[in-house]
Design a protein around this ligand. Structure first.
Ligand code: GLU
Length: 439
């Protein structure tokens, strides 16, 4: 049974980078007919907010990434305390008292000597009396996990074989001085107890994975399959981290992007398969293969989402759009015709209402100075309203005969006069949609 999880900390809105993690885990679970858990990593009571929990759920629902159950780390603190006791009993947990300033100083010294800034385990040398004194002086210490200094190796679903020398990694702090359990421990306990079989996350977690594999082993467990996807960069390869705040899923949604445009791009970007527009989640699941993704940073251009959104909309049958079209005010009787005429000419759903307003109210004509007389002459020849499918060719034939204009110099001024735009659907189809006479 495949079990995956998406484990955001509810300390902010989720962005396009988080979405990648959520989507891969969701796709793996759905493809295997397994379970997808939404796990809220909310052990930090100061930074975790209910409003972000709601926002994360709303954003995932918008995309259709449904979960089978929700877990909250804040409700599982007793489980983590038990695991901490087990690590203590196994001699793999030790209390350390260095202040952040002292640790910083140690790191600087090591770097100056050309050594990696790995915690020197000084606390392992403290005897009980010294610990008592430090506790009295500084309060309770942090709890560090004592890594076995050997190579930690795993077969990564994306990176291939990974081998990390534990001696190059600091013994991770799993519990803070104030008793707060940190993600590294909580995640290990959850992944084990919840039977998580596959963990896909960003490559910024590779070192965590190494330490978590050892912690799991120290608790007597194996580990899930890990896969680390590359991080997104901007279109030029620049770090995206600073811009991620502007790439929240809520902003993308407010900008009118279609879920299938976002999902189609993110399910393929950075893989060796081309981006293909999918019209349903089932198609997306069908075409997904995590092993096709590469380790190289993945360039992401938010500008690609608009044209994809336009393509998603152009492909939507009327039945799928009826609600939006009705909400824009289009009467049901002409709505199917309306949609077949404008569907190729909307970038987002927000463009639907302006088209309707044009047909309902008539245009704000755009007439160049040199075309003024021509347009007046042409409009005088326009057959009476309502217009039919033959009106455009009948009319432009007459205008051509009268004025001698042809081709672009005939059609473009008329399009601009009737729609106020240089581009749009076939005029022969546009004309019958006008609800008002145009002269
Ligand atoms: N809460 C962690 C994060 O958002 C989860 C990482 C993981 O998937 O284990 O980075």
């Amino acid at each position: 049974m495949t079990v995956t999880r998406f484990a955001p900390s509810p300390t902010g809105y989720i962005h396009i980078g988080n979405l990648r993690t959520a989507l891969f885990n969701w796709l793996i679970a759905r493809k295997a007919g397994g379970t997808f858990i939404l796990r809220l990593d909310d052990t930090d009571p100061d930074r975790s907010k209910e409003e972000y929990v709601d926002a994360i759920k709303e954003d995932l629902e918008w995309l259709g990434l449904t979960w089978d159950r929700v877990e909250r780390q804040s409700l599982r603190l007793d489980r983590y305390a038990e695991a901490a006791d087990a690590l203590r009993a196994a001699g793999r947990f030790y209390e350390a008292f260095e202040t952040p300033t002292e640790l910083d100083l140690k790191r600087k010294k090591q770097l100056n000597m050309g050594r990696p800034p790995v915690y020197d385990r000084a606390a392992l040398g403290l005897d009980e009396a010294e610990k008592e004194r430090l506790r009295a002086e500084r309060g309770p210490g942090v709890w560090r996990f004592k890594l076995d200094q050997e190579r930690i190796e795993w077969e990564d679903g994306i990176l291939g074989p990974v081998s990390i020398d534990a001696a190059s990694v600091s013994d991770p702090v799993l519990i803070r001085g104030d008793g707060q359990v940190l993600y590294t421990l909580a995640s290990v306990v959850d992944d084990t107890e919840m039977g998580v079989t596959h963990v896909v996350r960003g490559s910024d977690h590779v070192t965590n994975t190494a330490t978590q594999i050892q912690i799991m082993a120290a608790l007597g467990h194996g580990h899930p399959d890990f896969a680390h996807h590359s991080l997104l960069t901007g279109p030029q390869g620049e770090a995206l981290s600073k811009r991620l705040g502007t790439l929240s899923l809520r902003d993308l949604r407010a900008g009118g992007l279609e879920p299938m445009a976002v999902l189609s791009l993110m399910a393929r970007l950075g893989s060796s398969d081309p981006v293909e527009l999918r019209s349903s989640l089932d198609e997306l699941i069908e075409g997904f293969d995590v092993t096709r993704f590469g380790a190289a940073p993945t360039k992401f251009d938010a500008g690609d989402l608009k044209p994809l959104t336009a393509r998603v909309l152009a492909a939507r049958p009327y039945e799928d759009m009826a609600g939006t079209i009705r909400a824009a005010g289009v009467p049901d009787a002409i709505a199917p015709d309306f949609w077949s005429v404008v569907r190729e000419n909307v970038e987002t759903r927000a463009d639907i209402a302006p088209w309707w307003h044009l047909f309902r109210d008539g245009p704000t004509p755009q007439v160049a100075e040199e075309d003024r007389d021509f347009v007046d002459e042409a409009l005088a020849l326009l057959p009476p309203h309502p217009y039919g499918p033959g009106t455009w060719s009948e009319w432009t034939g007459a205008v051509k005969a009268r004025t001698g204009r042809k081709g672009k110099s005939l059609f473009m001024p008329l399009r601009l006069a009737l729609t106020g735009q240089a581009r749009g659907p076939e005029m022969a189809q546009v004309l019958p949609l006008f609800q008002v006479p145009l002269r």
